[in-house]
Design a protein around this ligand. Structure first.
Ligand SMILES: [Zn+2]
Length: 175
């Protein structure tokens, strides 16, 4: 097609990928710092740095490894839901983040494996919730055009769909 613009097509799945990370991190109680797409004409970066979601645990919060692992997985899951394919190459960095988080919790390889599968399933179920996916869509649409949102703006966008008061209930609703 003459009007095919590869950068814009890429931008769409990358926006969903980062929105997936951000939505699940936020649902799990992390504070979003910023969500951004990199490597576009507006913000060049190396090809292995396609996006960036920064979220932190507040000093007053207990670190929840499950949230760290599931938000790492959620980027891959959200992306594959819109592309219809698993982009393992692009998923490498996120998988490493997830593995590293999981290693802090499960020490022996077989329990790590079981835990990984369980959290992958939970992340899938969470993104499958109508409200959560609506939040991802809204955040991704903004990212696709604006390329970078600060934490407060990202949270406001998610809260346009999921009320802060419902956040924990939704998080706990996946087994
Ligand atoms: Zn990622």
């Amino acid at each position: 097609m003459d009007d095919y613009q590869p950068e814009l097509a890429d931008r769409r799945w990358r926006a969903y990928h980062e929105a997936g990370h951000a939505a699940v991190a936020w649902l799990g109680g992390k504070r979003l710092i910023h969500v951004a797409l990199l490597g576009t004409a507006a913000e060049p970066a190396s090809t292995d740095e396609l996006g960036m979601t920064s979220a932190i645990w507040l000093p007053s919060q207990a670190v929840n490894v499950d949230v760290d692992v599931m938000s790492a997985m959620a980027g891959i899951l959200a992306e594959s839901r819109v592309t219809g394919a698993q982009n393992w190459q692009g998923a490498g960095a996120c998988l490493r983040v997830g593995f590293r988080a999981l290693n802090r919790k499960a020490s022996n390889p077989s329990s790590r494996h079981a835990r990984w599968r369980q959290l992958w399933k939970r992340a899938q179920l969470l993104l499958g919730k109508e409200l959560v996916w609506a939040g991802v869509i809204r955040l991704a649409s903004r990212l696709e055009t604006e390329l970078r949102l600060d934490g407060a703006d990202s949270v406001q966008t998610l809260e346009g769909v999921i009320a802060e008061a419902d956040r924990e209930r939704i998080w706990n609703s996946v087994p």
